[in-house]
Design a protein around this ligand. Sequence first.
Ligand code: NAP
Length: 242
Amino acid sequence: MRALVTGASLGIGRATALRLAQDGAEVVVHYRHHRREAEALCEEIRGKGGSAFALGADLSDRGDVERLAAAVSDRWPTLDSLVLNAGSYPRARFRDLDPETFEQCFRENVFGSAELTRRLLPQLEGARPGRVVFVSSVLAFDGSRHGAHYAAAKAALGGLARSLARELAPGVRVNLVAPGAIDTAILADDTPEVRAGRERAIPLGRIGRPEEVADAIAFALSDRASYLTGATLHVNGGLRFD
Ligand SMILES: NC(=O)c1ccc[n+]([C@@H]2O[C@H](COP(=O)([O-])OP(=O)(O)OC[C@H]3O[C@@H](n4cnc5c(N)ncnc54)[C@H](OP(=O)(O)O)[C@@H]3O)[C@@H](O)[C@H]2O)c1
């Protein structure tokens, strides 16, 4: 089993890479800026008897995406699992939003992930079945008061994932995981009041852990989900139901 997890230097991606490695996968730990963290994670996986290597790329850069896909396909003739998790959430009100921030958000969340998937299709199709998970957000469904660009980009991933689920079946299963508020660097700037407000709004009464999202991603990739494609798994403590 071979897996590529984008944005695996930190947070949800890191937890997912660890989880897949624990389940026996060889893992590519992708990173953008946090190379040392990615290398340390590979060491940790290897220390536990697993196999991992790190590759860097800015997914908002087309050349980087091409080089990342080539580095993976040169090394691996087939790819069982692709997790498109990398993304950031720069807060900005719509009225103040500059077009560059809007475009950058789509480049890294949507275009980069779509192009990486497209370039790795031969490897995914060779795995029989290939498995893909896109990491969206609850905000794709509920909207965001200071992230119209982010909510729009995450919603676009839904259209992409459901289209690929149709076009690539039966050779590749494609699903979406939509986290709610999860305890990672993305929430690091929360004041204690903002954090308490988030917790009050969540029926399960707390912010989620990256490992709880990783478990849903690992399930969607696994053979236990062999009849699951085009689906959205909401991992949000009850913040929204579908
Ligand atoms: N945490 C939440 O509450 C929450 C809720 C809903 C959805 N999500 C989504 O979950 C995913 C993971 O988020 P997280 O909370 O784990 O955030 P995080 O801890 O900040 O990690 C983000 C990861 O994405 C990578 N990344 C960001 N922009 C990139 C780019 N342009 N090119 C390549 N890699 C890039 C980062 O790489 P470097 O650090 O190495 O640069 C890092 O590994 C994101 O797609 C996010 O939108 C998170």
